[in-house]
Design a protein around this ligand. Sequence first.
Ligand code: SAH
Length: 273
Amino acid sequence: MELVSMPGQQAKGKVWLVGAGPGDVELLTLKAYRVIKQADAVLYDALVSQEILDLIPAAAEKIAVGKRVGKHSAAQDEINQLLVTKAYTRKNVVRLKGGDPFIFGRGGEELQTLVKSDVEFEVVPGITAASGTAAYAGIPLTHRDYAQGVSFITGHCQLESRPMDWQGYANSSNTLVVYMGILNANIISEGLMSHGRHPDTPVAIVSKATTALQQRFIGKLSDLPQLAADAALEMPALMIIGEVVELAETLNWFTPASATTSQIHSEITALGL
Ligand code: SAH
């Protein structure tokens, strides 16, 4: 799709590419909060939690451009075009994404479009799902006794265009965090086991992490497809694979049912941020 811009005419507005974090409104950065409060237009994804959307000023234009598997969504080209168009007509345009915009968020692609159209931008990082999930599920992603490194991968296996590096991911001294992997749990467990990762490797699937609806499903790599097929599992969900998952029972501090943010919410408002 050809991008329409106005050559020779500088866009008046600026685009803020903002990470909204994994769900809990308190995991928003102060900078993201300030930028959202000053927004004239906000283009947001399906993953941004309602409590965060509630922070958008009433006068700002709110545009849902969310993508969810199997649901209607604006194509990436349309989102890119919309961002450029809004930058010509609005002052503070916020592109709000779940987690961190530079981790499986297509933030880079959107910024490349803005550069082509000569639109000014800033990036506000967010807490990515891996960090939020690890913290709230009591699973440190690295630990000197269990894992020397961690890889974040997409399980949305575009297997043909870019083959998965199963050999690398099967390394038993590394933790593997799989985004968007639930529908491919079969391929993932098979791929890892056939490249030497032990079938008893502990795994966790955590859904709606950091929210009052968080759930953890813990098992072994060989059970991953069954865990992923659990009828109680809701999206979004993330997989953590590796020995660190053994710590999930002892470090389990978070009680989803008691997660309440309204108190802090009003404190933030009182601070005038
Ligand atoms: N940019 C986002 C990731 C977008 S990809 C980030 O940095 O977090 C979407 C995937 O993120 C989902 O399929 C899921 O695997 C994961 N995810 C996002 N929010 C999540 C949450 N609250 N709980 C569990 N997984 C989540």
